[in-house]
Design a protein around this ligand. Sequence first.
Ligand SMILES: Nc1ncnc2c1ncn2[C@@H]1O[C@H](COP(=O)(O)OP(=O)(O)OP(=O)(O)O)[C@@H](O)[C@H]1O
Ligand SMILES: [Mg+2]
Length: 233
Amino acid sequence: MYIETKGLKKSYGEGGSFVQVLKGVDIGIRAGEMCVIQGTSGSGKSTLLNCLGGLDSIDTGSVTVAGTSVEKLKGEKLADYRRKNLGFIFQFYNLVPNLTVRENIQVCEYLSKSPLDMNELLEVLGMSEHADKFPSQLSGGQQQRCAIARALVKNPKVLLCDEPTGALDSKTSRDILMLLEKINAKYDTTMIIVTHNNSIKNMVDHVIYIKDGEVSKDYYNEVKVPACDLEDL
Ligand SMILES: Nc1ncnc2c1ncn2[C@@H]1O[C@H](COP(=O)(O)OP(=O)(O)OP(=O)(O)O)[C@@H](O)[C@H]1O
Ligand SMILES: [Mg+2]
């Protein structure tokens, strides 16, 4: 497996505020697949994604990405690993307010030896005409496209998305999902998408449900519905 967790446990807090969030998660994700992680609020989806991305430490178990034991990396090595291999997209775009679209993307372009072509990426994302605007001058969907461009410009092998459409209306959500689909097909980027939405799972290869910190369902779709045909976004 390209991405794998074994017996992954993660808790927060101590004493009275102790919570066991992940209770022994075993998952495997193939290179180039699109995978959705679903589950109710508080089930541990974001925690799992953050552990996969090395944004959070784990208690026990293992997290392996392309042969690298992420849980063993620390400090500079971990930061370097994240920089080289991973792209992150969050629900609230986290753009730098006093940088333009182009500058927000450039911040990450410098992190890679082989970045994607900035103008091509802006074109693919339909953002060329907004390149010199500031985030406050953009709609939510445009800001999310900018955040996606920023995550993709270094051409990461793995893209981790936490509720990428959570703050968007259904039309913009569809546009963003079509974009992710296009990028997956074009660059073979492995994508893990955490979502509340019950429809998005139909467009991806692999679906994992987390319930109360454990995997409750894990299956591959036999037929995928293209994002353009999804209902109830
Ligand atoms: N930094 C933290 N400190 C303490 N508890 C935390 C922390 N982060 C998450 N938790 C707790 O861990 C549990 C799982 O949180 P997580 O954010 O992974 O859920 P989620 O499935 O992503 O939920 P949502 O769908 O609402 O985003 C929750 O009970 C939450 O309160
Ligand atoms: Mg979450």
